[in-house]
Ligand binder design. Sequence first.
Ligand SMILES: [Zn+2]
Length: 682
Amino acid sequence: MRVGLGPQTLLAFVVFLAVLASGPVRAATPSLDLDVELDPGTRTFRAVALIAPAARELRFDLHESLRVTAASADGKPVRVVPARGEGPVRAWHVQLPAGAARLRLEYGGTLPALDRSLDDRRVLRALPPMASNEGSFLPAPCAWYPQPAPLFTYRVTVSVPGDQRALVPGRLQSEVLPPDGSGRYRASFDFSHPATGIDLMAGPWVIREKFMPRANGGPVRVRTYFPQELDAVAGLADGYLDDTRRYLELYGGQIGAYPFTEFSVVASPLPTGFGMPTLTYMGAEVLKLPFIRATSLGHEVLHGWWGNGVYVDYPTGNWSEGLTTFMADYAYKERESAQAARDMRLRWLRDFAAVPAGHDESLASFRSRTHGAAATVGYGKAAMLFVMLRDAIGEDAFGRGIRTFWDQHRFQTASWSDLQAAFDKAAGRSLATFFDQWLNRPGGPLVKVVDANAKAEGGKVRLTLTVEQAVPAYALRLPLEIVFSDRSETRSIDIGRQRDVITVDVDAIPDGVRLDPDLRVWRVLDAEELPPILRRWVISRAPRLAQASGEGDVREAAAGLAQRFFEIPPQAVSQDGLNQGTEPILLVGLHADVDASLAHAGLPPRPVRLAGRGSAQVWTVVRGADPPVAVVSAKDADSLRALLGPLPHYGAESWLVFEGRRALERGVWPAPGRVIAVQTVR
Ligand SMILES: [Zn+2]
């Protein structure tokens, strides 16, 4: 196909300056200058692109809804040829005449409408460009612009109708606000670091702005782009502006100065949660949730350093989600309390324990969130790697490693081995074994104390432990809790073989020992370290039902509930069966009957925190080798029937209080793990 001659260049070409205050930008970085006109109501998109390519031959992609209508090089027409292709993204090809410095393309089309079913971060790569008055989103991977190279700098001017606002990541250079909503809104952005892509967003937003003063590099412009109804929520926009400034300050201190001049919180009509350079694009519904400012906002701000400040070398694995989760989500839990941090580590390990055998991948093979098992590794295991790394090299060396990594790699692509090099340097030793075992091996170690004995020797006590693990063995430093009759103390032991014999000197005969009770090591938990949550019953391959009540109506409701609750139909057992066998049992009945059954079987009574509350109570009981029992206790048959719909959805809980169908309160019992008894030898 031939394309016509375009009019003379309308836009001044932006000469890219090689020397910039920050960032190792080279003069050869290709640049792109875009002038975009978007009309969300009609979904009309028109753009003029000026490209300074790195080579005479340029191939670029464009979304199938867009076509090139004119092309020229230094004012002379050139042929731009679309490759025959399938799929939503089409390849185009152009050969520039010798000596041509820049290519000018006019292109445009009608964009697809906003599709609310495309709502999850998992499908970002597959999202088409979308336009509507409620909001428009043109993500980089959909190819809404001709990208000159994998890394490039850009300037974008975007124009939308006067009741809309629009932005792309970058420094805001100029902005024209129409005086009365008529006319057009126009804003220009400049991204002078090498970028990997451009996302464009527009919406019917109110803009609010505050500045964060900064010692170097001038103030940071902090903005919210919220639709009217969100902006009208008292204190919401202000809260986001203030919290964003707080996070920018926090991470600037920990890592190095924030590398951009802006950060915007932008509301999306889709329930997304994207972190982009200089902004986060989050669902308007999500932004209303009270905990988002305390968690996700900090996570997204931190991506300004990890992911958008240092880029991920995807073929060798995505380190950025783990490091961001560790320094944001996990750090906030640590600040809350030691227990809250332990709960988060437990959740990672519990999720890992639930990954079916053979479905876990190595951390090095994690690219981005695709499904549950990958997220367990890419977020949980990766964050735990940093917990273990900091434990191993100490807080100071860890902080130095973080700053070194930032200094050496900002605005470049970096890999796990670059991270390792920075931490090697900070720790003053090679961490190759550590990184290799956690990055390249799937799964985790399964460690057991198989023997523990203590011997008194001349005023001292020598504790000897035999610790076993599966082969190939991991090199681990494991916390060891030594439990005495009146106290306990924690030591560290180093293991690295299939079977290690460790001796520890203590000053009294201990009662027992417990490995890693605080869950500081990524490993396969044993059953007693996993909190007894309802899922254990739901997925049982041989579930059992014990009826506590005699009334036909109640028994019928209980049987119906058990059918829905278990994945496979349960076998009925008598109340005496509560202490027989090993497979999980569901005990169901009215309050008084349940209390009598528990007493009869010698089981712990109804937990105090549940007693007398709601119309039904559910809790789990786990006792050593005896079968685990989940109890459903209701005030009448109707209250049991009300649980049919909701109960199967609460597999992640240990206990719940229901009022009718509604869960009033729920939670997870602690699982302290097993204390291995210490034998005394003479
Ligand atoms: Zn993230």
